[in-house]
Design a protein around this ligand. Sequence first.
Ligand code: ADP
Ligand code: MG
Length: 467
Amino acid sequence: MIVMKFGGTSVEDASSIQRVSEIIRERLAYRPVVVVSAMGKTTRKLLQAAEASAAGDGRTTLGIVADLKTRHLSEARRLLQNSTRAESGSETFELIDRYFDELKKLLEGLAILGDVPPRGLDKILSYGELLSSTVLAGALSSSGIPAKLVDSRSFIKTDDRYGSARPLFDVTYATTRGALLPVLETGAVPVAQGYIGSTRDGATTTLGFEGSDYTAAIIGAALCAADIQIWKDVSGLMTADPAVCPAARTVESCSYAEAAELTCFGAKVLHPNAVFPAAERKIPVHIYNSKRPGDTGTSITSAGGQSGRPVKSIAYKKPVTLIKISAGCDEASGGPFREEEMLRSLTRALRRRHIAPLITAATGSGVVFVTDSAQLAGEAGKYFIDELSRLGALSIEDRQAIISLVGDRLPTSRNLASLVFNCVGDAGIGMIHYGSSPITMNFLVADTDAEKVVIRLHELLFDKEVS
Ligand code: ADP
Ligand code: MG
C-alpha cells in the first residue's frame, strides 16, 4: 500500500479536488491511504474566528463561519451534483452541517470565556481537516471510487502539548494498523485528516504548522507503506523556494538527511519531523505536484542521489535571533568560567520554555545560539531572556535570517566558504556555522537581505560551474 497526502492548495476548490480524485483513481492498484489538509486558507480563517470571538467581536466571527460554510457547501455541491449515489451525497451534506453547528457552539464558548485556550483552539482548528476530508471522501464516492472517511483522532495518539502535540509512537503505530488495515481489506480507500490527533483521554490535538505531512509519514511507517507521496503545488523539493527564486528547479533525488536539514532550516516543502518516521523504516518519500501530476518530482531515500554539484538546495528562515551569553567569573566560586555549567543551565532553560534552537555552540568564553524569533515573543519570551541574563552578559541580535546550504558533497567542496563570502558581499555575514551534520553550512545575514542573498547564491551555485 501507499500513503498519498494532499496539501491545502491541492484541495482548495472543486476542480482541484476533481484532479485529486483522478490522481487517486490512477493509483488504486497500489491500495492508497489518503491524508488530506484543510482546504486552502481554512486554518487561518478558523484561527481568526477564534480570536474574534474571544475578543467579543461576534459579527466578524459569524461572518467568517458563514463564508467557510458557503465555500465548503458550494464546492461539495459542484463535486456531488452528478452523483448517482444519492445516499453518500446526503451523508456528506449532513456531516458538513453538523460540523458547522459544533463549530459555532465552540466559538460561542470562547466568547463567554474571553480567551482562546490552546486546548479549545486545537478543537476549533480540527474542523478544517474534518471538513476537507468529508468533502473529498464524498467526491471520491460520487465518482465511483470506494472511499471510507476515517477519523485520525481515533488512531493518532499524542501527548497534551496543544498546538504542537507529539505523537506517542508505540500506541499510535498499533492503533493506526487497527484502524486502517480493516478498511483496506474491504477494498475501500481510507480518507483521513492530516494535522490532528487526540490525547489518551480523547481531547483533540494538532501536530503543529503543516503537520499533515507528519501524519502521512506516521501512517506510512505504521503500515510499512511502499511509498509516502506528498502532493503539493510545487513539482517537488526545489533548489530554493520558487516563490523567492524563480530560477529554482526540482531536485530529483536527495537523502533523508538532506531533506531533514533543509526542512529544519526553512524549506517549507515538508514538515521538519515528517522525514524521521519514514527514514527509520526506510520508506521512500516522494514529493509531487497535484497540478502537474506528470512532472518527475523529488524522491527522498537513504541513498539520496548525486546532482553533480556541492549544494543540493538553499533554505532560509527568518526572522531569527542570535543570542550570545558571555561569562565573566563564576560568582559563587570566584573561579573562571565553566562552560559545561553554562551549557547545562541553558539547556534546562530552553527545555522549560519548549524552545528548540536552530544552532547552539559553545565558544571559549560563553555560549551562542540562534532561534526562531517567534519563540522569544511575548511575556514568556521576556521571562526567558531574564532567566538567561542570570547566566552571563547577554548580547542579542534580532532581525536576522539564517541561510543554509545543504548537500552531501558539501564536505568535499574546498572553496565553498570563500565563494559564499564573495557572493554575499556587501550584505555582510553575521555568523557562519557548519552544522552538526557535515552536509550543512549555515550563516546569518540581516533579515531584509535574505531573499537577495538566496537569489545571488542560487545563480552562483546552480547556474554557474561550481565544484
Ligand atoms: P501545501 O499546503 O499544498 O502542502 P505549502 O503551500 O504549504 O503546500 O508549501 C509549498 C510551498 O513551499 C511552495 O509553494 C513553495 O513556495 C514553498 N517552498 C519553500 N522552499 C521550497 C523548496 N525548497 N522547494 C519547494 N517549495 C518550497
Ligand atoms: Mg500548506
